[in-house]
Design a protein around this ligand. Sequence first.
Ligand code: BEZ
Length: 255
Amino acid sequence: MSNAQTWDPERYARHARFVADLGMPVVELLAPQPGERLLDLGCGDGALTEKLVAMGCRVVGVDGSAEQITAARARGLDAQVMDGEHLTFEDEFDAVFSNAALHWMQPADDVIAGVWRALKPGGRFVAECGGHGCVAKIRAALDTALRRRGIDAARVNPWYFPTTDDYSARLRARDFTISSMALIPRPTPLPGDITGWLETFAESFTTALPATARAAFLDEVREALRPELCDAEGQWTADYTRLRFAAHKPQRRVA
Ligand code: BEZ
């Protein structure tokens, strides 16, 4: 597995604003309280982080993309470049929050261990990410078009879409108590053509090919998906499935 994904905040704002716009259910599950200190893991350009700040929380955002962190700081947010697999915080946060980011981070056990360390005793980990079966149709079209060009898509797939059993077992292995865990199909209307989505999110697949071959590849994937994901009015809908959960780090036991 390799990950050649890059993040251009302008492109992201054009094709992926819905990611933050559709993030309110996980914010509701978080139920942030004014004054709480939160870590927004994979904060991107900070669109949702800003909402948590507006709710009265003290929020630190982290993201692996320096470009996205620059965009988050331009909103006046406290944000820093840090990979989710290598979190360096200790016993500092009332909650770790994450929207649409964990599926980019592997190994998941390293992420969970870093979240555990970052939380105060009694703190909570509340997140939503792509879950088992997410973008299965898009994946299948990418796989087929790459295989036709002699490339095994598994080698370049950057996404991890866990089942509830898989992620629950990983959280429990780190001693989290799970209060909520659900896999939720959420077909997601896109703001434009599927090509914009592919250019924004599927760069690891596209860049497996020489630059001169990429436009034809994207056209082929789009036409393979048109019967399944585009309606008669030309509206494209991505076949998203979300994994949404809340887990708690126990209070320290008094001896
Ligand atoms: C998601 O948010 O589920 C997602 C985003 C990009 C690629 C795949 C899935």
